[in-house]
Design a protein around this ligand. Structure first.
Ligand code: MTE
Length: 453
């Protein structure tokens, strides 16, 4: 939020929704705050429709009234700029088709487990975004030459004492032609969950730069010192051992996304009749680079065949791919996809483990069964928070839904670190309660659970 403004003063009429998107088609990783994943079978077109586009929000969703809303541009500028939505709509508009992926997409696949929303494949989508160039707005405010970062802040605020979600965008990327302040998504006004009335779109970079519900841009000579820049969205400078703790000083900010592909059809454990050809399809993307090729293996990685790339393309958008497997033999198969980008980078067999579970980009794999029944899979025990969970209810569930807690796969040490982070963010947990709360979390949500499907 802009300095010196209380939420109500900046946004008369604004309210906060627990869940703004009404959908029963997305996977609810968390209802409150709103974290919704697109099931892969709905990722079936180059453009992802708005009503099935994943949602990632750290805090409650602000519902902003467009009439009193303003965007303020200040800091290292020659003239402070205050724009209405109409002012912005009157500026020259531009449209960019870009893929947006959450840095934590695929976090559920890391072993040992890492805390956070346990996204599998669907925290990614592609939309056509329309708005104004961020560069045009910055030029109108006459950003001074010494500016190195643009701080982006939206109308959402941290719950309790949690830090505000503010991101810091290097000026070179801010001035790039495709970096937008968008007011439309796929030809419609931005949906509330996706940032109405205005959001940043930073093509090719991890999704957290694309700040929603924008209210304030501040030009600065230095990086922002808040938690979402100095602690979150950072990646180890050097490879680390799986499970290791990494000091913030040994990390760098995440920016560009690496090469990746996902198989969206067949879905996991699909069953096909023997003797018929089978199409393996999905998407591949590579941050600021482009996709050079996608290969598919139908024998668990022994041999690879080129997949065909779809004709739809845009500089920062994913490519569809398809491979027709003409003669699948009866039995169970492991089908893989592997993308290579124009930088010459190929998806690795295993993604590099990191403590926050960012940028999972291992070769993708699905089990396919031809003319055979699906082998039985171990089923996770149901989540049964019961017994002495009064502490959990009073200390955790006022801000989070139980499902966000239940999907974590943490041991006592992992829960300890999460509880300490929440205490740091103002959770009212006293010294004696800390140990009891960790014991409750370990008992109610055992570490062996896999992420919710
Ligand atoms: N902007 C604000 N103000 N608050 C947020 O929590 N989440 C970020 C980004 N912008 C976020 C935000 C993250 S982590 C991602 S991945 C994208 O929004 C997700 O955008 P979407 O919800 O439109 O898919």
């Amino acid at each position: 939020m802009a300095p010196g403004f209380a939420a109500a003063a900046l946004l008369p009429g604004a309210s906060f929704a627990q869940r703004a998107l009404s959908t029963d088609r997305l996977i609810i990783r968390s209802g409150r705050p709103e974290d919704l994943e697109t099931p892969v079978h709905l990722l079936n077109s180059w453009i992802t429709p708005n009503d099935v586009f994943f949602v990632r929000s750290h805090f409650f969703t602000p519902i902003v009234d467009a009439a009193p809303w303003r965007l303020q541009v200040d800091g290292n500028v020659e003239s402070v700029l205050i724009l209405t939505l109409d002012d912005i709509r009157r500026m020259p508009s531009t449209t960019v088709t870009a893929t947006l992926e959450c840095a934590g997409n695929g976090r559920a696949f890391f072993e040992p487990p890492v805390p956070g929303v346990q996204w599998r494949k669907g925290a990614v989508g592609t939309a056509t975004w329309t708005g104004v160039r961020l560069a045009d707005v910055l030029q109108r405010a006459r950003v001074t030459a010494s500016t190195r970062y643009i701080w982006l802040d939206g109308a959402d605020t941290g719950v309790g004492a949690a830090p505000d979600f503010i991101r810091s965008l290097p000026i070179e990327k801010a001035m790039q032609r495709e970096t937008l302040l968008a007011y439309e998504m796929n030809g419609e006004p931005l949906p509330v969950s996706h940032g109405f009335p205005l959001r940043a779109i930073v093509p090719g970079w991890e999704g957290a730069y694309s700040v929603k519900w924008l209210t304030h841009l501040q030009a600065s000579t230095r990086d922002h010192d808040g938690a979402f820049v100095q602690a979150g969205y950072r990646y180890p400078r050097k490879p680390v051992a799986a499970g290791a703790l990494v000091a913030v000083a040994d990390t760098v900010p995440l920016r560009d996304m690496p090469v990746k592909s996902i198989i969206t059809a067949p879905g996991p454990d699909a069953v096909f009749p023997a003797g018929a050809p089978l199409t393996v399809a999905g998407f591949a993307w590579a941050g600021e680079a482009e996709i050079a090729r996608v290969e598919v293996s139908t024998d668990g990685g022994g041999t690879w065949q080129p997949a065909q790339l779809g004709r739809d393309r845009a500089r920062y958008a994913w490519r569809q791919f398809a491979y027709v497997w003409r003669t699948p033999a009866a039995g169970s198969h492991r089908v893989l996809s592997r993308a290579t980008d124009t930088r010459g980078m190929t998806q690795p067999a295993t993604a590099a483990w990191n403590p926050a579970g960012y940028v999972w980009n291992a070769v993708d794999a699905v089990a396919v069964h031809v003319g055979t029944a699906v082998p039985p899979r171990a089923v996770d025990p149901p989540i049964a928070p019961g017994g002495d969970s009064a502490l959990l209810t009073s200390r955790c569930l006022s801000c989070h839904d139980v499902e966000l807690i239940a999907q974590q796969r943490l041991d006592a040490a992992g829960w300890g670190r999460e509880v300490d982070k929440m205490i740091g963010w103002g959770a009212p947990v006293t010294g004696g309660e800390r140990e009891r709360l960790i014991a409750d979390l370990v008992r109610l949500f055992p570490a062996h659970r896999s992420a919710a499907p």
